[in-house]
Design a protein around this ligand. Structure first.
Ligand code: GDP
Length: 138
């Protein structure tokens, strides 16, 4: 499988609960390399822009509220099959359905406050990396 890059966000719930280090250790433990990283507090327009694909969903307001309530840690991950590998490591969107050994099983509270984001395909990975790392060579 080819080397890929994907975008990870450690969401405000996980930052508040002091799980940045635990989650980064799981990422590195899975063989993914951290190639770029920023900690920032998303503004409302940044969160709305990032999740624009969900803007018609009933939970959009709640999602934007959640993602702007505290700082996040955004990173570019690289590795073999990185997009699928990181999605597998994250676990199901709803932690009630997440497998043992996944980030969401360990650290997510519910379907909204679910600790991490990861790009879901090559096109979104490219768009999302550019969104947070505009000068980054993809
Ligand atoms: P993901 O790719 O696994 O993150 O899941 P989705 O793309 O379906 O949803 C994006 C994000 O929206 C999720 O990670 C959650 O933070 C949030 N979300 C999804 N479904 C719900 C919901 O039913 N309620 C709330 N409050 N948030 C949700």
């Amino acid at each position: 499988m080819a080397t890929q890059r994907t975008l990870s966000i450690i969401k405000p719930d996980a930052v508040e609960q002091h799980n940045i280090g635990n989650i980064l250790a799981m990422i590195e433990g899975a063989g993914l390399s951290i190639k770029a990283m920023r900690m920032l507090h998303l503004t409302r327009p940044m969160a709305e822009g990032f999740y624009a694909v969900h803007k018609e969903r009933p939970f959009f307001g709640e999602l934007v509220e959640f993602m702007t309530r505290g700082p996040v840690v955004v990173s570019v991950l690289e590795g073999d099959d990185a997009i699928a590998k990181y999605r597998a490591l994250m676990g199901a969107t709803n932690p009630a359905n997440a497998d043992e050994g996944t980030i969401r099983k360990a650290y997510a509270k519910d379907v909204g406050e679910n600790a991490v984001h990861g790009s879901d395909g090559p096109d979104t990975a490219q768009t999302e990396i550019r969104y947070f790392f505009p000068g980054y060579e993809v």
